[in-house]
Write a protein that binds this ligand. Structure first.
Ligand SMILES: CC(C)(COP(=O)(O)OP(=O)(O)OC[C@H]1O[C@@H](n2cnc3c(N)ncnc32)[C@H](O)[C@@H]1OP(=O)(O)O)[C@@H](O)C(=O)NCCC(=O)NCCS
Length: 161
């Protein structure tokens, strides 16, 4: 089940972020400021026993360099806690994020969903590519560990399939 996060999820999200993003920077410090941001929506995936397994953070913004685009959805974070990885949860969360952006586009113009990923994060990059994301900017800055940050985009159609 995927549900909106509550304030009770914040510590778990911060701790999982600190663990899974360790090589990219201190995300246990960065994520709480995103969680508190009113423009960022957070969703948690939980298993049948109610255990939290993964999460996404998604925001919407008007890109100044793409005035014709309307809003762009920005998948700020997607993560699955290590004990639950490789069970299809990351793919489900990504599909959920795409569907959410498509749904938002029925109310306001949302033309694309973007995300940022480390060049060295081959597992995530493969997942994003298979889900229709293409490289938008190969030099989108760098993470704390020196890895190049890559910006990816997927143009939104009327559904994620
Ligand atoms: C990227 C991430 C979200 C994927 O979540 P997941 O639940 O493990 O992924 P899934 O089980 O849905 O698998 C998706 C695909 O990736 C493959 N995959 C997942 N983990 C893999 C691994 N360690 N090695 C090789 N392939 C892997 C799966 O086989 C699957 O491929 P398929 O569709 O061909 O079967 C997860 O690895 C993660 O949280 N990583 C740390 C945080 C991160 O890097 N986030 C992305 C950048 S913001």
């Amino acid at each position: 089940m995927i549900r909106r996060a509550t304030s009770e999820d914040a510590t778990w999200i911060r701790d999982v972020s600190g663990e899974v993003y360790a090589e990219f920077g201190d995300y246990s410090r960065i994520i709480p400021s995103w969680l508190a941001h009113p423009g960022v929506l957070t969703f948690v995936e939980e298993g049948e026993a109610g255990q939290r397994r993964g999460f996404i953070l998604i925001g919407f913004y008007e890109p100044p360099d793409m005035p014709q685009a309307g809003y762009v959805a920005d998948l700020l974070a997607i993560a699955v806690a290590p004990p639950f990885q490789r069970q299809g949860i990351g793919k489900n969360l990504l599909e959920y994020a795409i569907d959410l952006a498509v749904l938002a586009g029925q109310k306001v113009a949302v033309s694309e969903i973007h995300l940022t990923v480390a060049e060295t994060n081959h597992v995530a990059r493969r997942l994003f590519t298979r889900m229709g994301f293409v490289v938008l900017d190969e030099h989108h800055g760098a993470y704390d560990g020196g890895q190049r940050a890559i910006r990816m985009r997927r143009v939104l159609a009327s559904s994620s399939s």
